[in-house]
Design a binder for this molecule. Structure first.
Ligand code: HGY
Ligand code: MN
Ligand code: MN
Length: 416
């Protein structure tokens, strides 16, 4: 396939302006975003993305999980499209770039093709996957997981948020339950541009991460049952303290991850004690453990060791315990051909680059199970993400989108 000339570049100013425009929707309280999935802000962001796609001459399709697919025609309508995209939903204290750079980077590829009046053999489809974050409705990458056949649509639509609202009801409420059957679309390949969300690229002084692998993940929701009692008048030896159990298990999660170094991580990010009153010993604690590793044996070992230790901690404190997996995917190896397209593009464009393993999960991890898939990453300042202070530079965004442009266009085969 003819590779695009090294002078073919996207318009970084236009990309940056679109990122800043999208960031105005669902603002956080400290300069980032709180545009959680299936909220009115999410819907507003979707409408803005759809308007931009229409202006770029693309045809929009939406499936029954709310996944958005904006199509630019190729010269061969029967050729399977190249898909490119990520997610527009954010964490409650999210940044302006996590996911959004991949969706708007895909749109910038189309805008640049239109500017240059380049035609490709394969159609190109820019995608916004619903509920990548999994913060309001667990698990993460929910809609791309249904698309990839990892979850049933009914199970996904029954997931509830902290207020008991169902995914399916919220999707209908905001008017984004599409008429396409989820998973029916076929792809020639899928590419995702994403910020690294870690410190490696910046520390190594590299502009581009060529993502060869992705960590696997376990999300384990633990429920501890003790006994509400007075924090003042209850003797210490009579207490059945679920909050103490949560603290000990949280410490065990950290220690188990440290025992599995290198290339293993663990933490508790979501934690609730009940009744959460200052002078009541918590009779219940519900919290989610997040273990990850690129090494399947380590990932499995961390889960197994935690389950043994947590049972012992609960027994020592007289607590009831249940552990429910609420998210899981094995470590990912991305498609060598697509990874090479990313690496060759970085070479051709003269961007410094290195191979990298994705620390975070992405929709690409699921799509990779169905179709040839690869990711390109750009650095982020201090490796910070899932924090409103998440920051990248326009240059990094532009370099990442240039590499995405070349990998997508080369795979889509330039015709004229
Ligand atoms: O959890 C993750 O890795 C992603 O940010 N949803
Ligand atoms: Mn993301
Ligand atoms: Mn994220």
């Amino acid at each position: 396939m003819a590779a695009p000339g090294e002078n073919l570049r996207i318009n970084p100013d236009r990309l940056w302006d679109s990122l800043m425009e999208m960031a105005k929707i669902g603002p956080g309280v400290a300069g980032g975003n709180n545009r959680q999935t299936l909220t009115d802000a999410d819907s507003e962001g979707r409408h803005l993305f759809a308007a931009w796609c229409a202006k770029a001459g693309m045809k929009m399709g939406v499936d029954s999980m709310g996944n958005m697919f904006a199509r630019r025609e190729g010269t061969d309508p029967d050729a399977l499209p190249i898909y490119v995209g990520s997610h527009l939903d954010t964490q409650p204290t999210g940044g302006k770039y996590d996911g959004i750079l991949g969706v708007l980077g895909g749109l910038e590829v189309i805008r640049s093709l239109n500017d240059m009046n380049i035609k490709t053999k394969h159609p190109i489809v820019v995608t916004n996957w619903t509920n990548e974050e999994g913060t309001r409705f667990a698990p993460a990458m929910l809609a791309s997981g249904v698309f990839a056949g990892m979850h049933t649509e009914d199970w996904a639509k029954d997931r509830t948020d902290a207020d008991g609202k169902k995914f399916g009801d919220e999707l209908r409420r905001i008017g984004w339950e599409g008429d396409e059957r989820v998973g029916e679309r076929k792809m020639h390949a899928f590419f995702e541009l994403h910020i690294e969300q870690g410190p490696i690229l910046e520390a190594e002084g590299k502009q581009i991460g060529v993502v060869t692998h992705g960590q696997g993940l376990w999300w384990l929701e633990v429920t501890l049952t003790g006994k509400d009692a007075h924090t003042g008048s209850t003797p210490m030896n009579m207490r059945v303290n679920a909050g103490l159990g949560m603290a000990r298990i949280t410490e065990a999660v950290h220690r188990i991850a440290m025992d599995h170094q290198p290339a293993a991580v663990g933490a508790v990010g979501q934690a609730n004690v009940y009744p959460n009153s200052r002078n009541v010993i918590p009779g219940k604690a519900v919290f989610t453990i997040d273990f990850r590793s690129p090494d399947l044996a380590k990932l499995t070992s961390m889960r197994e060791k935690l389950e043994v230790e947590a049972a012992q901690i609960a027994a020592d404190l007289g607590l009831g315990i249940s552990i429910e997996p609420v998210g899981h995917f094995d470590p990912v190896t991305f498609d060598e051909g697509c990874v090479a397209a990313i690496r060759d593009a970085a070479e051709r464009l003269g961007y410094s680059h290195m191979n990298i393993v994705s620390g975070a999960g992405h929709d690409a991890c699921w799509i990779n199970r169905l179709y040839p898939t690869a990711m390109v990453m750009c650095p982020c300042v201090g490796g910070l993400s899932h924090n409103e202070a998440e920051e990248i530079s326009k240059e990094w965004a532009g370099a990442g989108a240039d590499v995405l442009f070349h990998a997508v266009v080369e795979t889509a085969e330039i015709v004229s």
